[in-house]
Write a new protein. Structure first.
Length: 407
């Protein structure tokens, strides 16, 4: 198949850890890469956010990244991008015409890309599949007045669900939300989870990892992810402060830049107020290849967002055979098998979180058993090869059905 993958704000070329770069970037990059390895041709369309970026960048076997002009060639918050989507759409059309690209399918990622896909279906006759990555109704419910999404988002999401050929939901919880909150047609929904690179994220020797990172040998809790309020890192800091001091545990927060954002400053101030600042460290943003050493150095990895469409970092930790304590939300409540590969706790619940973390820190045999089971779960359910095979089968069904209808 010849696929056009649209990801307007999340480029596979971007460095991770910024406010608008994270799981979607990884998803697009890894899915495109694996589809290319399967023999498909994939063009990933994203917004040009730097004057230094070439128009077309070879990315992997059979995969190109196409940087389209849409608004200023600089970083722009994704919540401010929708007015530039008309320019993005026109640039996509122009590229397709100039390249004489006969795409079999458009795969849109996020709601703004979905708007472009709706337009392309109307104007170019291209069928499309949609991965939302996050839903506006959920964000509005969780953030209230703090939600900065454009006013058009809800209407566009409704249009996507009216016109889409197939939605790739990342977990069963998303299927339920699409049906109950949007009235989506269940026959056009399927579950294709996110995955993890089990070569990049693999078990490493704990002592060696700690030595490499300059960490002393003491109980270690690790958080990896963006430093934004909805990720619940404040809940983790509060839970960490509830742990018995005689444990002499350490919390390492990986993501963002130390003191480089209001959220990082808020978390540092919270740790100071709770009297644990000397045992909480901010490692800043780290490249993907370094993260396995942080997971490997950890006795426990924690991910307790207020809400999470899927959640990539629990998979990364599990692939490194590190047990996870995760919030019972979104995709995490499916990926983390409670009591088997880690534990699930309510979001915004520091007491329950502290109890589960303490249980794991106090029982090396339990940590080992859950960690081994976590790695096995990744190998069975969450490799990118498995995810790409599911996605390719879904895309093929849509493309064949469209070709039959239009023959």
């Amino acid at each position: 198949m010849h696929l056009a993958m649209i990801s307007e704000h999340a480029s596979p070329l971007a460095s991770l850890g910024g406010e608008d770069s994270g799981g979607q970037n990884v998803y697009v990059a890894e899915l495109a890469r694996r589809l290319g390895e399967m023999g498909h041709q994939v063009d990933v369309f994203t917004r040009r956010d730097s004057e230094m970026l070439p128009a077309v960048v070879p990315f992997a076997e059979g995969v190109r990244v196409v940087n389209l002009p849409a608004g200023p060639a600089r970083s722009v918050s994704k919540d401010e991008l929708f007015p530039f989507m008309y320019e993005f759409r026109d640039a996509f059309y122009r590229f397709a015409r100039e390249e004489a690209a006969a795409y079999d399918l458009v795969h849109a990622n996020f709601w703004m890309s979905g708007w472009v896909a709706c337009e392309a279906k109307r104007d170019l006759g291209l069928p499309f599949a949609q991965t939302f990555h996050a839903l506006g109704e959920i964000k509005r419910r969780e953030q209230g007045d703090a939600d900065t999404s454009p006013l058009e988002r809800r209407a566009v999401e409704g249009r996507i669900l009216d016109e889409v050929d197939l939605v790739l939901a990342t977990c069963p919880a998303e299927v339920e939300e699409l049906i109950t909150l949007y009235g989506a047609d269940p026959s056009r929904l399927t579950v294709v989870p996110c995955g993890v690179d089990q070569q990049t994220f693999r078990p490493v020797d704990r002592s060696a990892a700690r030595e490499m990172l300059g960490l002393s040998d003491r109980p270690t809790v690790v958080y990896v992810g963006r430093l934004v309020a909805r990720k619940g890192v404040d809940t983790l800091v509060e839970a960490f402060a509830l742990l018995p001091r005689h444990l002499d545990a350490r919390l390492v927060i990986v993501g963002g830049e130390p003191g480089g954002s209001p959220e990082a400053a808020r978390l540092a101030a919270l740790a100071d107020t709770l009297g644990v600042s000397e045992r909480v460290s901010f490692a800043g943003s780290r490249p993907q290849e370094d993260l396995r050493h942080y997971y490997g150095a950890a006795d426990v990895a924690v991910s307790v967002p207020h809400y999470e469409p899927f959640g990539m970092t629990p998979l990364e930790a599990m692939a490194c055979a590190t047990p996870v304590v995760g919030a019972r939300v979104g995709g995490i409540k499916t990926s983390v098998a409670d009591g088997e590969t880690g534990y699930l706790v309510p979001p915004k619940g520091p007491e329950a979180l502290a109890e589960r973390v303490l249980r794991l820190l106090s029982d090396p045999a339990l940590r080992l058993r859950l960690g081994r089971a976590a790695r096995c779960r990744i190998e069975e359910c969450y490799t990118w090869e498995h995810v790409a095979a599911l996605a390719a089968a879904a895309f093929s069904e849509v493309a064949v059905s469209h070709a039959y209808r239009t023959a």
